[in-house]
Ligand binder design. Structure first.
Ligand code: HDE
Length: 724
């Protein structure tokens, strides 16, 4: 049928047994000529296509077999095309309509499948079916996302990450649509369009894209003091995660659990990554965006395809009305956390992501999360942000997916029995059989389906009363105390990063008055931070912003708020192994073994993608050519070079960047003595520190990988001063 390219002849992959020298490589030009595609020639009467009974026949959407998919129907070889060409018309028509509106927020995302497993029963506090039986697994679909950028933006924007989980429970779909940051910018949903308009591209120019470093965002934020707790989080390294796999997830709002007796308990939801927390540096993020804009999605895809299934613990903070009444802040205020020291997170389950999608559009693009999808045993709180979200999500699905039947799309369809009378509408796939489309009815033996007061969802009968008015509770008025608590919970390096990030972002604001207004809020959070940022901007310290409530100085630091105070490990991380011809084969092997033992992975980076011939004469295939595998893509690097190889690398600007960036980003660097000329030319040889380890034996290799468990050699940052 269709003319096919001939596959280029393979020159082997991985470690090839037989010795091969570069001169043994096939003649590339010859191979290209041999494999190049030949257009059908002739006068149009001949197609050069032959039927192949073994290959499935291509058809139109109507199922009509297609004879020629290369040429439209026309009069004569060089004549006009014909309107009756239904195959061409259908193909182009479909193509023209292949896009649906991207999400207005969280447009760029990546979804995968997995399951939730209950490890501790919550039957005493909730009747939700998925929390009853220990060991039971509930299928899940998770979509991670950035918020501000459009679908085609890059992964390493400084931004909040969406962490949306759809759980296909036996009693319907529960969507826990959370973020990787436990608080939000605003307290009332009515401000959401303004927040998002301010952070997204300006309406006149259509930029900046996927970033908050611009006047509009900081203008809005500095006029909205309630956003300053969240500002601390997004200026921290939480907003530039190394991987979706190394970030926490939070339900953000307070929800309710309701048990079989109708008793309500407040709950906040947490996801804690088994591999620990890790972020990149801002300078690294900027470079990753250029080197691999798909860094996060590729990372998740490769981890799952490689059988390293990412896992999170599922935790709940449970508290009652008495706690809610005595808590310093309002549990309905989404700009506040409840510190874990005050209400510990109980681990009751785990989430494992073990399957990539078959089709990005069908699943990741069409998945429709709705905060109002909850199941019996779970209920909303009166958090005004959550209440507004419950209205918004259904609305957005209709706009994006174009029909109230979006629940018929497999990724959105519940996996439990369904019985209802909603039918018809665009793209109805599953209209029920039978005569009745109303309830109650008396058709069939029992007449049904019918409501079920025992099994059915019932709202918790919370008492509410008050005047109808546009107002905000006084209990929401403290905007700085928890921002300060977050800041003082960070390590010195993390505090430096927050200061550097604020200075960077405000340096991108054209209006000095906006910069000053932001600093006036920082003065209410931490004077040293405000001063540092003001100095970085060469700005005279303004007066502190007028605060509705004075900042509490008595809130103690809370360790879980810091990334660097969490346990660290090299498991799930990636070593970049830069090798040259003639490099020490035994050392390379020892490093690979140590990496695998640590539960990590590696990538060979080399001057040629075809690989290098090590000192034992064996060719080692590369995963990246040096300019395609900069060190920003790796958690640690090892440079195993021969003398001539190192001399060649030293003359190559991308190899020098590989070493100098790894150094500047505080990565652990392993290197052979022979690699020194590269380190010299990269300007790091004189500054070598304890994060730079010489490698000459298998023992050194093991010690180096053990050291990599620290993930970064932070003392270096104070000497390099990268400013972010
Ligand atoms: Fe969303 N949000 N949001 N949001 N949100 C959407 O729904 C909205 C908020 C979150 O991977 C939209 O399907 C309002 C907080 C995630 O598909 C939209 C308000 C949190 C995702 C919407 C908020 C989130 C969305 C756009 C203020 C963290 C991506 C497309 C009241 C707890 C889900 C869509 C996915 C998506 C509205 C605030 C998380 C427009 C009105 C707070 C993870 O409905």
């Amino acid at each position: 049928m269709v003319s096919k390219r001939k596959p280029p002849s393979s020159n082997g992959s991985a470690i090839v047994g037989a010795a091969k020298s570069p001169s043994d490589q096939p003649d590339i030009l010859a191979a290209e000529t041999e494999t190049s595609y030949r257009q059908p020639q002739g006068d149009g009467g001949e197609t050069h296509q032959t039927a192949n009974a073994e290959v499935e026949t291509l058809t139109t959407q109507q199922g009509i077999p297609i004879s020629d998919d290369q040429n439209a129907l026309r009069v004569g070889a060089r004549g006009p095309s014909l309107l009756e060409d239904f195959h061409f018309r259908e193909k182009i028509f479909h193509f023209d309509h292949e896009r649906i509106p991207e999400r207005v927020v969280h447009a760029r995302g990546f979804g995968v499948h997995g399951y939730f497993e209950l490890t501790k029963s919550l039957a005493d506090v909730t009747r939700a079916d998925l929390f009853q039986r220990v060991g039971e697994k509930t299928p899940a679909f998770v979509r991670f996302s950035t918020v501000a950028g459009s679908k085609g933006s890059f992964d390493l924007a400084r931004d909040v990450r969406g962490f949306a989980v759809k759980l296909y429970t036996k009693e319907g779909n529960w969507d826990l649509v959370g973020n990787n940051i436990p608080v939000f910018f605003i307290q009332d949903a009515i401000k959401f369009p303004d927040l998002i308009h301010s952070v997204k591209a300006a309406p006149d120019r259509g930029f900046p894209q996927a970033q908050s470093a611009h006047d509009n965002f900081w203008d809005f934020a500095s006029l909205s003091p309630e956003s300053f707790h969240m500002i601390m989080w997004i200026m921290s390294d939480r907003a530039i995660p190394r991987s979706f796999r190394f970030m926490e997830g939070f339900g953000v709002h307070s929800f309710r659990f309701v048990n079989a007796k109708g008793k309500s308990t407040f709950v906040k939801f947490h996801w804690k990554p088994k591999l620990g927390l890790q972020s990149v540096l801002w300078n690294e993020a900027v470079k990753i965006n250029g080197a691999d804009p798909d860094f996060h999605r590729r990372d998740l895809w490769e981890a799952i395809k490689g059988g390293h299934f990412p896992e999170w613990e599922f935790g709940v903070q449970l508290f009652d009305d008495a706690f809610a009444d005595r808590f310093e802040f309002d549990i309905l205020d989404a700009t506040k956390i409840i510190p874990e020291e005050q209400v510990p997170v109980q681990i009751v389950g785990r989430l494992v992501l073990d399957r990539t999608v078959d089709n990005f559009f069908a699943e990741t693009e069409q998945v429709a999360f709705c905060t109002q999808n909850i199941v019996p045993g779970i209920d909303f709180s009166d958090d005004p942000l959550l209440q507004g979200r419950n209205f918004s999500y259904l609305d957005t699905q209709l706009k994006r997916l174009g029909s109230p039947n979006f629940t018929h799309i497999p990724v959105n369809a519940p996996r439990c029995p369904m019985a209802h009378f909603q039918q018809d509408g665009h793209m109805a796939m599953k209209n029920p059989k039978g005569r009745a489309n109303y309830e109650p009815n008396s058709w069939g033996a029992l007449g049904g389906p019918r409501e079920n007061p025992e099994r059915g969802f019932t709202s918790f009968p919370a008492e509410v009363a008050g005047p109808k008015a546009r107002m905000r509770s006084e209990s929401f008025a403290d905007h700085y105390s928890q921002a300060r608590q977050f800041f003082i919970s960070q390590t010195p390096i993390e505090r430096k990063h927050i200061g550097d990030a604020l200075t960077f972002e405000l340096s991108k604001c054209e209006r000095p008055d906006i910069r000053a207004r932001v600093v006036s809020h920082l003065l209410n959070i931490d004077v040293a931070l405000a001063r540092r940022v003001a100095d970085g901007l060469r700005l005279e310290l303004p007066e502190p912003a007028k605060a509705a409530r004075p900042t509490r100085q008595d809130l103690p630091p809370s360790d879980p708020l810091s990334i660097l105070k969490h346990p660290k490990s090299f498991a799930g991380r990636k070593l970049g192994l830069l090798v040259t011809d003639g490099a020490d084969a035994k050392l390379v092997k020892a490093l690979i073994e140590a990496v695998e033992k640590a539960g990590a992975v590696y990538e060979i980076v080399a001057p040629y993608i075809g690989g290098v011939v090590l000192d034992d004469g064996v060719m080692l295939a590369a995963a990246q050519k040096i300019d395609g595998g900069p060190s920003v893509l790796y958690d640690a690097v090892a440079i195993i070079a021969s003398e001539t190889g190192a001399a060649d690398l030293a003359a190559d600007a991308t190899a020098r960047d590989f070493a100098s960036d790894a150094f500047a980003h505080c990565k652990f660097i392993g290197f052979t003595d022979a690699a020194m000329p590269l380190l010299e030319k990269a300007g790091v040889a004189e500054a070598l520190d304890e994060g730079c380890l010489r490698l000459s034996s298998g023992k050194d290799a093991a010690a180096f990988i053990a050291a990599c468990a620290e993930l970064r050699y932070w003392p270096r940052e104070l000497t390099v001063d990268l400013d972010a």
